[in-house]
Design a binder for this molecule. Structure first.
Ligand SMILES: NC(=O)c1ccc[n+]([C@@H]2O[C@H](COP(=O)([O-])OP(=O)(O)OC[C@H]3O[C@@H](n4cnc5c(N)ncnc54)[C@H](OP(=O)(O)O)[C@@H]3O)[C@@H](O)[C@H]2O)c1
Length: 408
């Protein structure tokens, strides 16, 4: 049984109640100054730093799952697409982009046939394309839900980037659409396939630091002072929700859950949105929250778009500590155990997380095997983020059900 299963048991049954849009969810939308209206898919320039393959990939192995990659941005082009070459049973079968010239260049480099390259307006046509088994959604977060629902309507499986969506109502809509179509849904939480984080879960399970008392996570970076919402979707409310929490604070939230292997019973929180800083006209600069777990463990989570960089997870128990710094990046992980057992832990190449994530979903599609990071986990995390915003907005402690929903 994998590490997430205990917590997952708590919410999986509830998540089937897909028609319910909780009052709590409606109440929990981040309180932000203004929004730029409804999000729409549109092409963007080629991101910086992209190296396209010099030769098309090998032919897919028999039984390999064909993916349509939707959104050719930084994460797709610089991280995920090159990693398909290291998978056993996953290949890029199609591309969807709003930038025709980028679509042509990337399609040529990855050997994607011209008739398997789609614009957003042509998205529904993937239904008739039998080369596509699954859709991998790598769009700005506010566009995940509609594209997932359309992909399910086209009869495809869906691998969706984090955060699953910006509201729990949208997450529930996605899960319901997958169930209607009888197709699988996975949230691309790559950390669950990364060796250091998997080892950290195992260490905590065998009480390498004793009883966990305190968890501290920081996911911090500084948004360029010249950034504006019109050019940077990460500070546009309609595409990014409240900002840093949905973007990378979600890693700290996840870590607090998979390291304690518990669901919080209550949350307090604070947000900061400075006046007169155009970067934060629509999103928060910083979000801090405190989670109390039934065991008595307390987690302090900090995330910010206006701070020098940090990506840590520290766990302190009554007999030792686990220090992860950096904790959840693409590579370069460092991990140290202190206390009765005392050692640095280095576990080889963290970038195996990318191909393993892809092959995990391909295995789930082909073999019907359980998904380690299902839609229900994405929904759980959005419920918790809604609770964090509600706690900050009301200045009160928010109590939670075991599945992560706000009580009352
Ligand atoms: N798992 C992880 O570690 C990780 C890391 C980074 C990002 N992500 C997730 O991946 C997704 C994409 O992030 P990213 O960093 O790749 O973003 P990005 O570099 O800005 O790329 C997003 C792409 O989406 C497409 N797009 C469609 N409508 C858009 C709009 N209105 N505004 C901006 N772009 C639009 C564009 O592709 P076309 O030009 O091809 O249409 C754009 O290049 C997000 O959900 C993010 O949370 C996950």
């Amino acid at each position: 049984m994998d590490r997430t299963s205990i917590s997952r048991r708590c919410f999986i049954g509830q998540a089937r109640d897909t028609a319910v849009v909780t009052l709590a969810a409606a109440a929990a939308a981040p309180a932000v100054a203004q929004t730029s209206g409804k999000a729409a898919a549109r092409g963007r320039p080629m991101p910086d730093g992209v190296t396209l393959p010099s030769a098309p990939p090998r032919s897919p192995r028999p039984g390999s799952v064909g993916y349509a990659v939707v959104g050719l941005g930084d994460y797709a082009l610089n991280q995920m697409m090159p990693r398909f070459a290291r998978t056993e049973r996953s290949h890029i079968a199609a591309l969807v982009s709003g930038n025709p010239e980028k679509l042509r260049r990337v399609g040529d480099a990855y050997g994607v046939p011209a008739d398997a390259r789609y614009s957003y307006a042509q998205f529904d046509r993937i239904a008739a394309d039998r080369r596509i088994d699954a859709v991998y959604i790598v769009l700005p977060s506010g566009l995940h839900a509609d594209h997932a629902v359309s992909a399910f309507a086209a009869g495809k499986h869906v691998l969706c980037e984090k955060p699953m969506a910006l509201t729990s109502a949208d997450c529930e809509r996605m899960i319901a659409a997958g169930q209607r179509a009888n197709r699988r849904l996975m949230i691309a939480y790559r950390v669950h396939f990364e060796p250091h984080n998997i080892e950290a879960m195992a260490l905590m399970r065998r009480r390498a630091v004793g009883n966990i008392r305190a968890v501290r996570t920081e996911q911090l970076s500084r948004t360029d002072p010249s950034s504006r919402p019109a050019e940077n979707w990460r500070i546009d409310r309609a595409l990014a929700g409240g900002g840093p929490l949905e973007d990378f604070g979600i890693y700290g939230l996840q870590a607090a859950l998979y390291l304690t292997d518990e669901m919080p019973e209550s949350i307090t929180a604070a947000t900061y949105q400075p006046a007169n800083d155009p970067r934060f006209a629509q999103v928060f600069a910083s979000v801090a929250s405190q989670l109390r777990f039934p065991s008595g463990a307390i987690a302090q989570l900090m995330t910010s778009y206006d701070s020098s960089g940090s990506n840590i997870a520290h766990v302190r128990g009554d007999t030792g500590a686990l220090i992860m710094d950096p904790a959840t990046g693409y590579t370069g992980h460092r991990m140290r155990l202190e206390g009765r057992e005392r050692r640095d832990i280095a576990l080889g190449d963290p970038t195996v997380q990318f191909p393993r994530e892809l092959d995990h979903f391909s295995g789930a599609i082909r073999d019907g095997s359980p998904i380690r990071t299902p839609g229900e986990m994405g929904l759980r995390d959005v419920w918790l983020m809604e609770a964090i915003y509600a706690a900050a907005r009301t200045g009160t402690m928010v109590r939670l059900s075991p599945d992560g929903r706000m009580r009352g």
